[in-house]
Design a protein around this ligand. Sequence first.
Ligand SMILES: [Zn+2]
Ligand SMILES: [Zn+2]
Length: 295
Amino acid sequence: MTQPTDIRRARNRPRLLSAALGTALELAASGVPVLPLRAGKVPFGNCPACANNVCGGRPNMKTAGPCRCPAPCHGWAAATIDPDVIDSGPWRHAWRGAAAVAYHPGGAGLTVVDLDDAAAVAWARTALPATRTVPTTRGEHWIYRGAMRSVNAVRPGVDIKSTMAYARWLGPGTGTLADLPEAVRELAVKERPTARPVPQVISVPAGAGGGECRHRTPAYLERGITMAEQRIREARSAIHATVYRTFLAVLATHGRCGCLTDTHVARLFTAAQAKGETLRHCTDAWTNARTALGM
Ligand SMILES: [Zn+2]
Ligand SMILES: [Zn+2]
């Protein structure tokens, strides 16, 4: 508390708004970028100025944008180590309603192997080197030193959270932090389409065809696809489920008359892939949605 700014902040903040804010400031001071989570343990929704990403998104997002919004919006991309941001007006407002603290593992040079249940934990004990572990509601987070691409569902009940992702902060855990092992990197590689390079090739039928056309005009279909892309783009959690439900909705509305083309499907897959879904997951979700609709 020797720096003037620290003294000023201490005076202005006689006591912390919440335990969450205190935890967040502590983590940030140790170099871990943080963000608040609202009820449901998901990031706060984008503020009106950033709704539908009209702001272009933050500079550190996959598609770099100019947004300098002071609010904790844009999901993981809002995560910061700057105490002045974390303790700013818009963020204080969020901390007041925060249900949990999250961090951006990739931004801290970490990878979290999120093991959802006992079966996943049992698998990790046989397949991965020991490291620092943190108990979660039904499973464990295994944390490694080193960042990598985030991939959901690399195995049943196993997600990899590092770059472009957030994880709940559930305490420091126990055990010694180990270097990110090849075994974890390989989990993500296996998820990529293998063999020949497959650049966005859609090998699934767009629609059944032969049905009665319900969308009347190309503009109606276009609007439907645009809305579906948007729904996927704005999903903040449960990406898998959102992608599947969106595919299901598109197929239910536009899938039976044959008007849906490969180009439309490619747009939906591209939106899903931008959220970290693999081509294989997209293909599976599409196939499953068609099966569910009896197509
Ligand atoms: Zn923004
Ligand atoms: Zn914003």
